[in-house]
Design a protein around this ligand. Sequence first.
Ligand SMILES: *Cc1c(COP(=O)(O)O)cnc(C)c1O
Length: 378
Amino acid sequence: MIPYGRQSISQADIDAVVEVLKSDFLTQGPVVPRFEQAVADYCGAQFGVAVNSGTAALHIACLALGVGPGDWVWTSPISFVASANCALYCGAQVDFVDIEPDTGNMCAVELERKLVIAKREGKLPKVVIPVHFAGLPCDMQELHRLGQEYGFRIIEDACHALGARYHGEPTGNGRYSDITVFSFHPVKIITTGEGGMAMTNDPALAKTMRLLRSHGITREPEDFINEPDGPWYYEQQMLGFNYRMTDIQAALGLSQMENLENWIAKRGEIARRYFETLSPERLPRYFSTERRSAFHLYVHHVTPEQRRDIFQKLREHGIGANVHYMPIYKQPWHQTCHAIPQSHADQFYAGAVTLPLFPGLMKQQQGELFNQILTDQS
Ligand SMILES: *Cc1c(COP(=O)(O)O)cnc(C)c1O
């Protein structure tokens, strides 16, 4: 089965991990800060806080921004459930903003419409979490402008979008948001097995997120609240978690960063062939100077009537088609949230089929795939 996504692991990656295994520190050693610095440098962010998943990064990002009971957090319904769960972990309530029908990204027009109503009702969101769906950056200028006008903070869920660019600048640089979150799950752009990182330019947010990922404990004398009674002293200053990334994981991530640009280029080539063959009308949106997608996913759109059949035939032919995503508000756990009636999200889901896209996908495999899809569709 050709999967919809998979990791690429080189001998250099393996060597980097083995080196840590032979060293003094398996966790809380020197490699995590090096990995954080490498990602921060790549993105043009001041700080990176590495954690053990993208979900953990979303959770500490919400907590650092003060999300709690009584608050509203808005996100995109076409995303992985973690984009909404992070707010629920904090005791906040979640609501969804409909998407742009062509990209699956949060729609800025829809967001504004909803903000006008929420303002009247006194239910404005504290935080909005746009998702760069499939790796294509959202309309961040507009989302940022609305954030200024309506007083909400922004966490970019960039779990699909490490390596993406918006107006020539890397996603993660924080120009239009408070915190940007990446995931390093094996299907994502680079991997650490499990892992994630929260990027920010705000030293106070970085400090809070570092505390939250490790039990709320600090060992920095200049941060102590009380007088230390000896050199063994440390302080727990808030209720944190064990969300730490290991040095084993960080070594893999650091080594993977070497390939990032190369992989984005490869993903772009594969995606371009998909668009050219299957939906050339969508090409300009995905290959513009304004936005460079990281091409985490290629989502093919068919009619809702065709979808089940095409999906099944692809699977029968060993093509690991997938679907991204059923709107989060349709999940049983989330049914107390408001569904969006007649939504673009529902329509998007009804005709979406994710096709294999990863740097190791061969041109010839993709050719066979086209034959299959085009025969199935006709
Ligand atoms: C993968 C993903 C997450 C969660 O990341 P994990 O590292 O698996 O916890 C969150 N949001 C989106 C959009 C994702 O694709």
